[in-house]
Every structure is written in C-alpha cells, then in structure tokens.
Design a protein around this ligand. Structure first.
Ligand code: FES
Length: 522
C-alpha cells in the first residue's frame, strides 16, 4: 500500500495536510484526520464535496453527471468522496477551515541559527519539536509569534518542505517587532511558536518554463520552490530575476550561483536599484526581463515583492504584449513607506510583512491570474453580447434562403467532431466561424459585422484548439437547435441557446488552454 500527502487548501488561506492511502478516498482520509470537508451523500450523487484539484493524479471514482459534469471534470474538479489519489494532491476546498472544524496548526521549536547577512537582512532557522506535524507547500508562509511582544509576523519558508529545519528571511527595519527581536535580543536556543501553513502562493505542478521574480526578502518563497525543484528535478527551465535596493540587501547569491552551476535548467540574474551599487546590473527587475524569459507568454510567472513591484511587472508585461499562461504573485505590505512615495519611487525590495493576528492575512495579498483564460472568456462573453443583439434584429426576419444556408452552416461542423473530442480542430474552427458569422451578415448592419470581426474568437480558437481536444458534445447540437429556434421564430429559445452555448464554448476553451503543452503557440 502506498500513502500520499494531500494538501487541503481552504478559502481562508489555511492549508491542512492529510495522509491518504491509495485505497481510500480523500473524504475518508479527511475524516480520519478529523477535518470535516463538506460532504453529504458520500456516494458521488450530490456534488456537495466538489473541489478543484490544483495538482496531482487521481482516480475520480464513480459518480453521476449531476454531481460532477464532464465540463467540470475537464476543468480539474473532482469529488473527494469518490477520488482516490495516485500521487500527492493539492485540493482547493470551497469552504473555510473554521467550517471544516479545523485550524492552522501551532508549532513550537527552538532557534538553531541566526544569520545576520547584513544590517538590512537577517535569516533564522528553527528546529521544530514535531517537524512531521508541519507539512507545507513551497511558497507558503507561517505566522511567527515574536518572543516577548504578543504580536505575530508572517514569513515565507525559505527551505524545501523536506528539510529538517525551517528557515526564514527577514528584512530588518527601524521599528519592526521582529526586527527589534532579531537585532537586539535573539539568541540561538530561544523558543519560538508559529502558526500555519498558510497562503495560496505555492508552486504548481510545472507544465511550462517559469520566470521567478523576487524583490528583497521576497526571495525566500522562491528559494523554497527552487530547493524543492532541485530535489524533484527541473522539468522545465526556470529563470530568476532578483532585485534589491542596496548592495547590503543581497543575500544567498552563493546559493543561487551553486544551483545554477549544478542545474542546467536554472539561470538567474540580479540587480540593485542604488546607482552607487557595484552590481553589474543597476535598476529594477523589469529591466532584466527579456523576451527569452517569457517564451511568447508560454510561461508561469511567480512573483514575490511589494505591491509596486507586482504592478510594475504586470505593466511591463502588458506593454510588451505578453500574457503569461500563469501569473502567481504575493504582495508584501511595505512598512515605513513615506506617504509621498510613488509607485515609480518604490524600489524592487521588500520590507517586513505584517500580519496583525495569528489568523490574519493582513499585509499579504496572494493572487493567481490566468489571463489567457480571462482573455478567452472575455472574447466569448463579448461574442455572446453581440449575438444576443443580433438575435433581436434577425429572429423571425430571415428569408427561407437565409434559413436554409444557416442550417447548412450548422451541419458543416459536425464531421470535425466525434462525440466529445475534435477530429479536425482547424476544420471545426473554420466551420464554426462561418456559422457564427452568418447572423451578423443577415443583419446587413456593417457596424455590427465590423464589431464582431474585431473580436478575436477565431484567432484564439486557432491558437488553442488541437486535434483530439475535448469539446462539449452539446456544441454542434446547440448549432442545430439555434437554427430550429430561428425556423420557429422563437426569440426566447434563441436567446437561451446563445447564452448556454457561450458557456459551453468557454468551458471547451478553458479545457483546451489547460491542456496546452509547453512550447504551444499562445
Ligand atoms: Fe455527495 Fe461527494 S458528498 S458527491
């Protein structure tokens, strides 16, 4: 029997790890761990337990379509009451840890090392009393209780999840509670308490090259990811750009240098914004992001830094016309930022992150964006909005010849689909475009037609859909039913079909986007 680790990531940012055997369901393992994930029928019939699987392989088990549709399964949703792991898993559980009657664990340990890298940056390591009790995903953080103060501060792990001791990087400033502790009082042997793990900024299963961008101590979670990847092997190239304000702030260059000399897939560069720096590159991280690092958008960007840095990188990529396949970021609150400091003035560097209480994520903003999906959804939503307008102008008004042509166009896409997958993606895209074009032409309204042609639905479909791709099998039937609604002059039915068809089109595109291989044209 094999056991796997399953991370249950709750909506409030708290993550609990359970051990699940290869012959038990995730729900059974959760209950064994006394974590009440949402459940009702436990039989694959109600859908109450539905959860998004972020990474890992599993047997989805038996269930009915009402509980989990094909579309949802294609998007990565699964039913924990039925699913059995075939590897470690990460599941997004759609409820809070409180509702699941669990909470972030509290972990005690002893400080084993204090590395005063410079006046500005201190690292520390902790040996936990029960190391096995604190599993985490690389990129996550804990809330550390600052000794003698009653306050907590949030720090990302810098170590790999498998390492015995946990380690952190702290930006030292004038008044920070942790800064004061580390600067003036901390001693090896001190007791420390921490609560977690937390956060949704963690390494996803690599599916394409990645660009890591670190500002100051934002290097810590990226170091954790790199250390984990060194253990697992790098499936795709990773390039890191690390930016700080002053030479003094640079840490772990020797760690990065060693990794890049050992691992061909890992490269890095660093920059310092201080004009007086002796670093070879002066300026901000965006100045070191070059086309070979972003792979025409077929890249996962992981970014950890202050808000201004996150926005600056986002703006830079937009200006370059790059839409990354994945954009995962963690923003740290800056402490002591002068009120008149503008975004442009803020250096690519992280001050001490702040969390007001053990369960608070204040001071952090963790996010995930998949603009390729967002762009695709937006295009299909816009097409739907235009089509609903066109229905108003055309239903009940098409000539018999226009209706006959509409039916021919509807039937033309059928040969390119076999049940739920595409036999010929290019033919499907062409015939689908001709079908959707038809009503716009029938309006005789050039302005509407031009607005429709300005959409990039067909371009997106050409780039994303591949032979063999999953497609909602109702798509060709929608075309036929829409023609029938027009033949009856049934406006309400036509509107309903246009709306439902748009949802199915979006789901099909999302599944195709998720399945795009590395190197695919985006
Ligand atoms: Fe009903 Fe899982 S609990 S489907």
């Amino acid at each position: 029997m094999t056991s796997y680790q399953v991370a249950l990531a709750f909506e409030d940012g708290i993550t609990r790890f359970i051990t699940c055997d290869d012959d038990e369901t995730v729900a059974d393992a959760s209950y064994r761990a006394r974590i009440n994930i949402p459940l009702d029928c436990r039989d694959g019939a109600c859908g109450t337990c539905k959860a998004l699987c972020e990474s890992g392989r599993y047997d989805g088990g038996e269930y009915i379509d009402e509980a989990l549709t094909e579309d949802e399964a294609a998007q990565g949703y699964a039913l924990p009451c039925q699913m059995v792991p075939e590897s470690d898993l990460v599941l997004q559980i759609p409820t809070t840890s409180e509702v699941a009657k669990t909470a972030a664990g509290t972990h005690r340990g002893t400080v084993t090392a204090i590395d005063r890298h410079s006046d500005s940056t201190v690292g520390f390591s902790v040996a936990l009393e029960n190391r096995a009790g604190l599993a985490f995903l690389p990129g996550q953080y804990v809330n550390v209780a600052v000794p003698g103060t009653g306050v907590t501060r949030s720090y990302s792990f810098a170590n790999a999840p498998s390492e015995n001791e946990v380690s952190f990087l702290v930006r030292v400033n004038e008044q920070g509670a942790m800064s004061e502790y580390l600067r003036d009082r901390a001693q090896v042997g001190d007791s420390l308490e921490m609560t977690g793990p937390m956060g949704s900024f963690f390494l996803r299963e690599p599916q394409r090259p990645a660009l890591y961008l670190a500002g100051g101590t934002g290097l810590a979670p990226l170091l954790s990811m790199l250390r984990k990847q060194r253990e697992d092997g790098f499936a795709y190239p990773v390039h890191l750009v690390y930016g700080v304000s002053r030479d003094d702030d640079l840490v772990h260059l020797e760690t990065l240098e060693q990794l890049s000399s050992e691992v061909a897939e890992f490269t890095y560069e660093h920059c310092v914004s201080d004009p007086a720096s002796t670093a070879p590159s002066k300026g901000y991280v965006t100045g070191l992001v070059r086309p070979e690092h972003v792979h025409d958008g077929n890249v996962d960007v992981y970014l950890c830094g202050p808000p201004a840095m996150v926005e600056s990188v986002r703006g830079h990529l937009e200006a370059e016309g790059i839409t990354p396949a994945g954009f995962y970021y963690e923003k740290f609150a800056l402490t002591g930022t002068p009120e008149n400091e503008t975004i442009e003035d803020v250096p690519a560097e992280v001050a001490e992150p702040v969390a007001a209480d053990p369960t608070s994520t204040e001071g952090y903003e963790i996010g995930e964006e998949h603009p390729a999906v967002a762009e695709s959804d937006a295009q299909f939503d816009a097409r739907m909005a235009l089509e609903l307008g066109v229905v108003e102008l055309t239903v009940g008004r098409l000539t018999p010849e226009q209706l006959a042509e509409y039916r021919i166009l509807a039937e033309a896409s059928s040969p390119s689909i076999d049940s739920d997958h595409l036999l010929d993606a290019a033919a499907f895209t062409d015939t689908n475009a001709a079908f959707h074009d038809h009503l716009f032409r029938c309006t005789g309204n050039e302005v509407l037609l031009e607005a429709y042609h300005r959409l990039e639905v067909t371009r997106l479909m050409t780039q994303v859909l591949r032979d063999g791709a999953w497609v909602d099998q109702q798509v060709p039937a929608d075309h036929a039913e829409l023609v029938e609604a027009f033949e009856r002059g049934d406006r309400e039915a036509a509107r309903r079909i246009v709306i439902e068809h748009s949802e199915r089109a979006k789901t099909t595109m999302r599944a195709a986007l998720a399945a795009l291989p590395a190197g695919a044209v985006r």
